[in-house]
Ligand binder design. Structure first.
Ligand code: ATP
Ligand code: MG
Length: 415
């Protein structure tokens, strides 16, 4: 483009005044360009007043330059300041001066001007694109279940109440009941990527009050193994897609992404408990889960594995029992933390009612849901996968909030 006239627009990354020459670095989403202004240029006097991070549009002629960082410079005819940035800036986007996470979240619009932060969100985009491509390629259709609901999926503890025209309703904590009801419609493979809301009272690095879940439900399965196969292949595809399409972002983050091999190891809950030296029936807590992650990593060389056949007591009413107090359920683990839960569902009406009662819940409260099981409901199963947590664990980030634009938690509802 040497000699061509162009306009570039973006943020002023840096201004360097060296006596009779000024270098203006202008950043847009493609990268950083150098604008060179010599003393004889009519813009020379105004350019010194431009503040860092102001938005400018520069029209000028492209010139080859060995000294400029990317091999060319722009000799401006006109420099327009489209928006002047105040001084001082709320944070240093170069990352040289580290800002408190709270400061970064308060000025997230500016935090994302840091290439390391932007890289995370570009990768996140690639993850959801890969999920959609994969699901569609396997014949799944995307559905949209309600986010304002009259009843929770698993009891009321973690629900956010909503004043719904004078009646009590809730923000949805999961599409579980709705995606299962679709299995009675003839649409036998569905998925949804959507926000869910849980009033998590604990302040952890892997929970937020609003998170994005990938939900999948599939009918006419023979066992939960069908669901696990779909899930593990999907995870592999996501890793492949990110590795292929976000090479630059991964290198900015210094991450060498390893595409996992299929099949993922499967260990039963009972084996897991034994490895951890716990009693059968005991719940695997957060710390034990981490420990298990390390054990399996050593034994099998991967952080991605399934734990299957949990005690039915630990799993919700809609999970199918497997006998001996167990259930056809699984969790998918990545780096010592759960990223997905799923299993085969109880599709037999009478058995389902029994399970609801067994959990101390009232079948009347689930009448709308149970109805769908009375008139022909095929065997089915599925899972819910935390998209935020997948991205967090995939990139090895210490806190889920790093991958959420505007995290919602106990302390934060703004911006
Ligand atoms: P956990 O035990 O980690 O709180 P859970 O078993 O309660 O998770 P599920 O109901 O199984 O969660 O939800 C499916 C997936 O959704 C989880 O595996 C996780 O990846 C994600 N998830 C659940 N709750 C949250 C949350 N508060 N913030 C972020 N992700 C979440
Ligand atoms: Mg779970």
């Amino acid at each position: 483009m040497d000699g061509e006239k162009v306009t570039i627009a973006g943020w002023v990354q840096n201004i360097r005044v060296l006596g009779s020459i000024v270098f203006l670095k202008v950043r847009d989403k493609e990268g950083v360009s150098q604008v060179t202004i010599t003393k004889d240029n009519p813009n020379f006097s105004m350019v010194k007043d431009i503040t860092p991070e102001s938005v400018v549009a520069v029209t000028g002629v492209v010139r080859k330059s060995e000294k400029a960082q990317n091999g060319w410079e722009l000799i401006p005819e006109e420099i327009k300041v489209l928006s002047k940035a105040e001084v001082p800036l709320p944070l240093d986007i170069s990352g040289k001066i580290e800002s408190e996470f709270e400061t970064r979240l308060n000025a997230r619009f500016m935090d994302l001007r840091n290439p390391r932060v932007a890289a995370v969100f570009a990768i996140r985009d690639c993850v959801t694109t890969a999920i959609r491509n994969y699901a569609e390629s396997k014949g799944f259709i995307e559905v949209h279940t309600p986010k304002i609901v009259g009843a929770g999926a698993e009891g009321g503890a973690l629900l956010f109440p909503v004043d719904y025209f004078g009646k009590k309703a809730f923000l949805s904590q999961s599409p579980q009941l709705y995606k299962q009801m679709i299995m009675a419609t003839g649409f036998d493979k569905v998925y949804e990527i959507a926000p869910y809301f849980r009033a998590e009272k604990s302040d952890t690095s892997r929970h937020v009050a609003e998170f994005i879940m990938l939900d999948v439900e599939m009918a006419f399965i023979e066992s939960q193994e069908d669901v696990m196969k779909f899930l593990e292949e999907g995870i592999k595809r996501v890793f492949e897609h990110v590795k292929k399409h976000r090479e630059e972002e991964l290198s900015i983050l210094g991450i060498e992404l390893e595409v996992p091999k299929l099949p993922f190891p499967r260990i039963t809950y009972s084996e897991a408990v034994e490895k951890l030296g716990l009693k059968q029936g005991q719940e695997i807590g957060t710390e034990e889960e981490k420990k298990l992650g390390k054990i399996i990593e050593e034994e099998k060389g991967t952080g991605l594995y399934f734990i299957t056949l949990f005690p039915e007591e630990e799993k919700p009413f809609y999970i199918m029992e497997a006998g001996d107090g167990l259930s056809y359920s699984f969790d998918l683990e990545l780096g010592g933390e759960e990223i997905a839960s799923g299993g085969q569902r109880e599709h037999r009406y009478d058995e389902l009612v029994k399970r609801i009662k067994k959990k101390g819940l009232k079948p009347e409260n689930f009448a709308f849901y149970l109805n769908a099981f009375k008139y022909g409901m095929p065997p089915h199963g599925g899972f819910g996968l935390g998209v935020d947590r997948l991205v967090q664990k995939m990139l090895g980030l210490p806190n889920i909030r790093e991958v959420v634009l505007h995290p919602r938690d106990l302390k934060r509802v703004l911006p």
